[in-house]
Design a protein around this ligand. Sequence first.
Ligand SMILES: Nc1ncnc2c1ncn2[C@@H]1O[C@H](COP(=O)(O)OP(=O)(O)OP(=O)(O)O)[C@@H](O)[C@H]1O
Ligand SMILES: [Mg+2]
Length: 254
Amino acid sequence: MKVGIVGKGGVGKTTTSALIARVLADRGKRVVAVDTDSNPNLGMSLGLSFDEIEAIPQLPRALIVGAKGDLTAEDVIDEYGRTTPFGVTLISAIKVNEAGAGCTCGGHASVRSFLGDVLEEQADVTLVDMEAGLEHLSRSGGTLAYADILVVIMEPSRKSIITAARTIALAEELGIPRTVGVGNKARLPDDAEFFEKVCAEYGVPLAGVIPYDTAVVDADRAGGSLDSGSGDAVRRAVEGVVDFLDRTVVTAAS
Ligand SMILES: Nc1ncnc2c1ncn2[C@@H]1O[C@H](COP(=O)(O)OP(=O)(O)OP(=O)(O)O)[C@@H](O)[C@H]1O
Ligand SMILES: [Mg+2]
């Protein structure tokens, strides 16, 4: 399964990517998480220290991945993947290391090519944490063109749900089989109802709603991952989202 995590700025893409990756790893899946943000933060949410994150080698730009390319996807994981505390393998793809060095399209092309190759040995699930906005659906032929499913993270705001609706239209053009929304940071009593109502209005299938939880905020401030034991409601909600994704990808494939 190849999953792209997308959405408007600050809605919780990186946090949710880490939580989904961890649930999958706890279920015995081999998970490769790819950070495609030019300002990468996924490593921290997966439990790495700042120094460990800074030491991760960057995926080269404009890499052609595949049996006839520069490296196979398996080689990419061997050379550029780093294991994180919960067993998820992290690849850092787009970090900007030098000011004024030009656009990151070459990095996006590498990720696109990596997703297009077949991974049999090292991963059951490849999960890509995307930077905010919609440009990734346009640049380099669509970074996530080979994803099986896009998950648009939303917060309880109409703008973030409209972003999901726009994502669905562009993803269909790219040929991505399925796009679903996940409501995050549900805090007010009627937030779940808000997600259901407004998602129905814009035709966004809702895969689940994750509550707002101060444990997430505390983990973020401490610079680490969400501890097990805290954030139980969040964990249950993320388990539900993972079940929904499993069902959806199986249905789309059959
Ligand atoms: N369920 C939640 N409950 C409370 N706070 C949350 C929740 N999910 C995310 N947050 C907080 O929201 C903020 C943004 O989260 P995160 O960095 O995951 O968003 P993002 O969509 O990846 O942002 P960006 O667009 O910059 O990549 C962080 O401070 C995070 O702790
Ligand atoms: Mg992020």
